[in-house]
Design a binder for this molecule. Structure first.
Ligand code: XMP
Length: 525
């Protein structure tokens, strides 16, 4: 019987910043995709289900001899179609005896590609026709090296003035290469090019749909858990919320959620979570009021990493204490998603670079000896959101901006006090309310207020005010690894600033943070 995992496209990652995007595009076509590093030590994927392979781009050069990343041997023995993108294409060329020329000069940005010959991959696709009636595709290029001689048996299917072989294919071998990036939206026909590869050439059908993902997970959770109890640390963030809704569907009352109010949450957050999950969805939620405990633990501590560690440790203490009261729980549910899995695989090969200890508060110690239930671990964030909506969660929960585990603890610079947290909560609520009212909330990836523990003079009415400073931060980003500050209109910022200073007597000044990441980071600590 066919199920959503009975076919997949394997993506071999050569380190491109677009690799995850390739995987997401394939899934948008209704086909399961998996990413594996080119040098993965163990082959974790079931190769019998692979219907096609895509080789990603990457920052290296195939001309660097032995040190250059290679296409793993097993890929060729699968006998399935292969599509190489950018570095992937160059690696194919080199493997089959073609020639790749190295260059320090990068071609980066839009390009017009002329189609050469009929091709299975580019078939009927074109964006326009030039003066000599040749079909043109508008594409996105980002490369230094290029293929200058195609291997025997490969014919050129696309070219630009500066890159004579911008695409090639071998019908016999069912191997294809593109120098440009079909996975990015700047390549107008990119989605259709990938669709030709996945559905026409690899013969995959549309099995990966939100309804099928939910049904499959419900079945898997039910057979794993049986009649036993499952514990979930509910934070109110998107991932743990979707896990709660999914497990509620799968096992109902056997799910017990613990929601820890640590005093570092946004305004009314605890009440919202209880309203949504306990009242509306009828889920078992235990609310633990631990504000005092957290604030006492943080008293006198100003150093960001130390604060993160204290908050993480306290969270575990509170969580363990509550769960031990419950008795016979055997499973722990977690909102791990696919990018976390990919990142930890990267961390094992030593490729990840740690700037902050993103101590995911909620990470629990091994001694708890609970078996893990991770129903989202094959899903990307956008897929998590789609199934969240399908499970009946509100758009407000599903599309809310990410909130760091240590919460306001890393948005109050230096020492955390209850007074500072209260001021920040009010200021943040004004900012978010205005962003939502103007449609800017959905246009930014993350936005929040920061409490700066410096005093500044102001004049409100006839009186002098000597009070605290609030910083506003709003960013646009795709992956949270790089970000730029959102171009919020000046009059909008002025309105938010006036509201904050007028409505919160303990604030005398508001600033807007325009730093990009890098060199700054998104959070201030
Ligand atoms: P930075 O500040 O590193 O943030 O540019 C990138 C993203 O990570 C979130 N973030 C955290 N999330 N625990 C978390 O769970 C943390 O300690 C933490 N620090 C930052 C941040 O909100 C942004 O989305």
């Amino acid at each position: 019987m066919k199920n959503l995992f009975s076919q997949k496209i394997l993506i071999i990652d050569f380190g491109s910043q677009y690799t995850q995007l390739i995987a997401r595009r394939v899934r948008e076509l209704g086909v399961f995709s998996e990413i594996q590093a080119w040098d993965a030590k163990t082959n974790t994927t079931d190769i019998t289900l692979i219907k096609g392979v895509i080789l990603s781009g990457g920052p290296e050069s195939v001309t660097e001899g032995l040190s250059a990343p290679k296409i793993p041997d097993f890929v060729f023995s699968l006998n399935v179609p292969i599509l190489g993108i950018c570095y992937g294409m160059q690696a194919i060329a080199q493997h089959f005896g073609g020639e790749v020329q190295s260059s320090d000069k990068r071609e980066f940005g839009y390009a017009k590609v002329k189609k050469e010959h009929d091709s299975l991959l580019l078939n009927e696709l074109s964006d326009n026709v030039d003066n000599s009636t040749e079909e043109i595709l508008d594409v996105w290029m980002s490369h230094g090296d290029k293929v200058v001689r195609a291997p025997n048996d490969f014919k050129c299917i696309a070219s630009t003035d500066s890159c004579l072989i911008a695409g090639f294919e071998s019908k016999n071998k069912r191997i294809f290469g593109l120098q440009f990036h079909p996975e990015v939206t700047h390549t107008k026909q990119g989605f259709f090019i990938l669709r030709s590869f996945v559905t026409l050439i690899c013969d995959c059908s549309k099995l990966w749909t939100p309804a099928a993902i939910i049904d499959d997970q419900i079945r898997r959770v039910q057979s794993l858990v049986g009649k036993k109890k499952v514990l979930l640390g509910l934070s109110g963030g998107v991932d743990s919320s979707v896990v709660a809704a999914l497990l509620n569907r799968a096992i109902g009352d056997q799910l017990i959620c613990v929601f820890v109010d640590n005093g570092l949450l946004r305004k009314n957050e605890g009440d919202h979570v209880m309203q949504m999950f306990a009242k509306n969805l009828g889920i078992n939620v235990i609310r633990v009021n631990a504000q005092k405990e957290f604030l006492e633990g943080l008293s006198g501590i100003a150093e960001p990493e130390q604060k993160r560690k204290i908050i993480g440790k306290k969270f575990i203490e509170v969580f363990e204490r509550e769960s031990s009261k419950l008795g016979d729980v055997e499973f722990l549910a977690q909102g791990t998603i696919y990018p976390d899995v990919i990142e930890s695989a990267g961390a094992e090969t030593g490729k990840a670079h740690v700037i902050k200890s993103h101590h995911n508060v909620g990470g629990l110690p091994d001694e708890m000896r609970l078996e893990l239930v991770e129903p989202l671990k094959e899903l990307f964030k956008d897929e998590v959101r789609t199934i969240g909506l399908k499970l009946g969660l509100s758009r407000e929960i599903v599309f809310r901006h990410p909130f760091p585990g240590p919460g306001l603890g890393v948005r109050i610079l230096g020492e955390v006090t209850e007074e500072y947290a209260d001021i920040l909560r009010e200021a943040d609520a004004v900012f978010i309310e205005e962003l939502q009212a103007t449609g800017w909330y959905e246009k930014t990836s993350q936005a929040f207020a920061v409490f700066l523990p410096v005093k500044s003079v102001g004049v409100v009415g006839d009186g002098r005010r000597y009070e605290w400073v609030i910083g506003l931060r709003a960013v646009e980003t795709i992956d949270f690894m790089t970000a730029r500050s959102a171009p919020l209109p000046h009059d909008f910022l002025e309105k938010v600033s006036n509201r904050i200073i007028n409505e919160i007597p303990k604030v005398s000044r508001v600033t807007y943070d325009i730093s990009s990441k890098p060199p700054a980071t998104i959070e201030w600590e």
